[in-house]
Design a protein around this ligand. Structure first.
Ligand code: ATP
Ligand code: MG
Length: 261
């Protein structure tokens, strides 16, 4: 049975997509079967996995409005397979922004993704969902499907405050829609140990959230930022880089955490 995780933070540009594609590649590298779902109309996770969002015939949009199944809409990327980090991709493009409005009038609107994923449950060890920077109907579909949420965050001054909305939303979804849901962990990303403030916030996070803070820390690393323009995750683009190594270590930490769940 697949373990399903949302990568979510309503704040923009905090590293959700970078985390999703690199964790997917890292998990694939250590032998896990992975499906990566792009739930963001920006389609960055799709492009960053080597799939041209403009050329996709079927996307997550078709799955949500039930005009295609996950098995019909998932695709693969040759670049990832050649690198030994192949994972399946359920892509997104601008069409998905329409789903937000269309879903409002449909029945079971927040459980559509969950329903669709039952069909492929046995095909994967991990399903990772890249959420948009909002607490929208799309994100809600992600949260209703998932066993847990991975929250990437930068160790900045407002980091803790920004978490309150997300934590409240997750509590509400847990209470009303999805009893399985919890925060699996907070992932410190774009970390620069030379900056004292980042160290302080990191310590605050550990004091506040204890074991919910992942041991692995993702450093600020330019190779991770360069990789998307080559259509691959950093783990594939430059496996020897500090950023890539951190994400492979994070993948291993996830596998270990899952075993203990
Ligand atoms: P959005 O809210 O728009 O979906 P996001 O949360 O998905 O954004 P990303 O797109 O992953 O954030 O990252 C934002 C920017 O920061 C990107 O340009 C990305 O390449 C860069 N970035 C992410 N992580 C790192 C890192 N560890 N080191 C250096 N650059 C990074
Ligand atoms: Mg993103």
């Amino acid at each position: 049975m697949a373990k399903i995780f949302c990568v979510a933070n309503q704040k923009g540009g905090v590293g959700k997509t970078t985390t999703t594609v690199n964790l997917a590649a890292g998990l694939a590298k250590v032998g896990q079967r992975v499906l990566m779902i792009d739930l963001d109309p920006q389609g960055n996770a799709t492009m960053g996995s080597g799939v041209d969002k403009r050329k996709l015939e079927l996307t997550i949009y078709d799955v949500l409005i039930e005009s295609a199944s996950v098995k019909e809409a998932r695709v693969q990327s040759d670049k990832l397979i050649e690198a030994g980090c192949g994972y399946d991709i359920l892509g997104a493009n601008r069409e998905l922004s329409g789903a937000e409005i269309e879903l409002v009038t449909l029945e079971r609107r927040e459980k559509r993704l969950k329903q669709a994923l039952t069909e492929v449950d046995a095909d994967y060890d991990f399903i990772l969902i890249d959420c948009p920077p909002s607490l929208s109907m799309l994100t809600l579909n992600g949260l209703c499907s998932a066993h847990g949420v991975i929250v990437p965050m930068q160790c900045e001054y407002f980091a803790l405050e920004g978490l309150t909305d997300l934590v409240n939303t997750i509590k509400q979804v847990h209470a009303n829609l999805n009893k399985d849901l919890s925060i699996i962990g907070l992932l410190r990303v774009m970390f620069d140990p030379r900056i004292t403030l980042q160290q302080q916030v990191s310590e605050q996070l550990k004091a506040h959230f204890g074991g919910k803070v992942f041991n692995t820390v993702i450093p600020r690393n330019v190779r991770l930022a360069e990789a998307p323009s080559y259509g691959v995750p950093g783990v594939v683009f430059d496996p020897a880089s500090k950023g890539a190594q951190a994400f492979v270590a994070f993948a291993q930490e996830m596998v270990e955490r899952i075993d203990k769940l």
